[in-house]
Design a protein around this ligand. Structure first.
Ligand SMILES: Cc1cc2nc3c(=O)[nH]c(=O)nc-3n(C[C@H](O)[C@H](O)[C@H](O)COP(=O)(O)OP(=O)(O)OC[C@H]3O[C@@H](n4cnc5c(N)ncnc54)[C@H](O)[C@@H]3O)c2cc1C
Length: 452
């Protein structure tokens, strides 16, 4: 009999689950339910619409409508799933005009994602304070920025810095506040983060670290912020303070949650209830280095997990290996990326580590257009296995992060990576790939430490 797979939430994880389910079972009925009214889109593209690098919010749509027809996916937008009865295997849905409908399922995939985490700061409700998660948020911000002069970005993670870049592109005076001692605290060590800090300040964006926003000032409208006892003028506050898994539905169904409050899944992305799978920002992942639970909250993870959930929900067999928090972005006039653990995180969690950092050119010294790139490779001391990497540099950061990530995933040591068989042509790289040089530096430092 034809299987019915119902997918709740249609973004990175949901779309990927649907495509994988379709490829696994050509006959299955696949219903996608989205409470958002527009065609599924990429959240990752939103900061680049604000910066005017992507011309409009229409452009961030993931697929044309014909894709869903071609894949025989029944996409139902503007409909929210209110509850699930796991005994009768039915989903209770409600349209925007409160029409209710009950749909039966054979397999259910929860891809309910996350919502912006809003910190409990006094004055957060004032007009001019925004967070960015949806196209609607983006449109509100874009409209507001037409009259903005002084903006504050709260949080210096990747999204915070992308927003600072967008504001700078719009010629708005911008200050980034970070409560930790350096920018990008989850991904970069202080030595590397300070280089990023310096580069951003050179672009005319002020960055203040070790500074928690204590209050948002003003009447109905924002006029400034109070941080570290000092007042700073601002007509706009953009919150980039993370995201929280949306688990209301999972809780209502009695699906087991993990220690971070997100849905617990096994390596097949199956929840504690048989025939119910989950993927993306709403689930807890496993760190590939430690095997411990972690939150990923990345589009790449959502896509990969969605694929595994879709294959399994459709009757196939696939497993998810875990995450390394590999990230990359470009902002201002440079790229940054990271994977695995920072040295600081590793040491705080009981690891003894050695790290090596190098700066090299991305093309042959004499070839025009080469840019400086700085790479830090972190290894644990016992076996010299690579556990992290951070990169700041002009070009090709994505593939270098990917190289490090694959090395970590395959438990390579720094000495193994230092001997990797890399390629070369003066127009695109230098004879010694900078990642290899960084691994070699780490290896030599580790060897020196081990010498009697
Ligand atoms: C501004 C921004 C920039 C980002 N940039 C990057 C990047 O460069 N790289 C990267 O890897 N990641 C990035 N991310 C993170 C990435 O967007 C998320 O990890 C990804 O969107 C998660 O996908 P998801 O499908 O799990 O959940 P979501 O994208 O959160 O989607 C969940 C969907 O489910 C719907 N839903 C929830 N509950 C119900 C219900 N009961 N009924 C019906 N529908 C429901 C929601 O409305 C939503 O549409 C960025 C995020 C933001 C906000």
């Amino acid at each position: 009999m034809r299987k019915r797979i119902v997918i709740v939430g249609v973004s990175s994880a949901g779309i990927s689950a649907a495509a994988a389910a379709r490829k696994t079972d050509l006959d299955a009925e696949i219903i996608l339910i989205s409470e958002e009214t527009r065609w599924p889109y990429s959240r990752c593209g939103l900061p680049f619409v604000l910066s005017n690098e992507v011309p409009s919010f229409k452009e961030v749509r993931l697929f044309p409508p014909s894709y869903y027809r071609l894949m025989k996916l029944d996409l139902r937008a503007g409909i929210s799933v209110k509850s699930v009865n796991t005994d009768t295997k039915t989903v209770q849905m409600e349209t925007l005009d409160q029409q209710r409908e009950l749909v039966e399922y054979d397999r259910l995939v929860l891809c309910t994602g996350a919502a912006s985490a809003i910190p409990p700061i006094q004055g957060i409700e004032k007009r001019g304070v925004f967070s960015l998660r949806t196209v609607e948020d983006g449109m509100r911000i874009q409209k507001w920025l037409e009259n903005a002069e002084n903006a504050v970005v709260v949080g210096s993670g990747f999204i915070g810095l992308e927003l600072a870049h967008a504001l700078k592109n719009l010629n708005i005076n911008t200050t980034v506040f970070e409560r930790c001692p350096h920018v990008l605290p989850e991904w970069f060590d202080k030595d590397m983060a300070d280089l990023v800090h310096e580069k951003i300040q050179k672009q005319g964006v002020k960055v203040i670290v070790d500074a928690k926003i204590e209050e948002i000032l003003g009447g109905d409208y924002v006029t400034g912020v109070l941080a570290g006892g000092e007042q700073y003028n601002a007509d706009t506050v953009l919150l980039a303070t993370g995201a929280r898994a949306r688990t209301q539905l999972a809780k209502q169904m009695g699906v087991q949650l993990g220690k971070f409050g997100a849905i617990q899944v096994n390596s097949r992305m199956r929840t504690s209830i048989p025939e119910i799978y989950a993927a993306g920002d709403c689930v807890e992942s496993f760190n590939m280095i430690t095997g411990h639970a972690t939150l990923s909250l990345l589009g790449t993870t959502a896509e990969r997990q969605g694929k595994i959930a879709g294959i399994n929900a459709a009757g196939g067999y696939a497993t998810f290996p875990g995450v390394l928090h590999s990230v990359v972005s470009s902002m201002f006039n440079f790229e940054i990326g990271a994977t695995g653990f920072t040295e600081q995180y590793a040491q705080q969690n009981g690891w003894e580590t050695t790290a090596g950092t190098i700066t090299a050119k991305t093309r042959a010294e004499y070839f025009p257009g080469g840019k400086p790139i700085t790479i830090k490779v972190v290894a644990e001391n016992d076996l010299g296995k690579i556990i992290g990497g951070q990169i700041i540099g002009g070009e090709e950061v994505t593939q270098r992060v990917n190289l490090l990530s694959v090395a970590i995933q395959n438990q390579m040591s720094v000495s193994e990576l230092a001997k990797a068989d890399t390629c070369y042509a003066p127009s695109v790289c230098s004879p010694w790939e900078p990642v290899i040089l960084a691994a070699e530096t780490t290896m030599m430092r580790r060897n020196r430490r081990r010498e009697p």
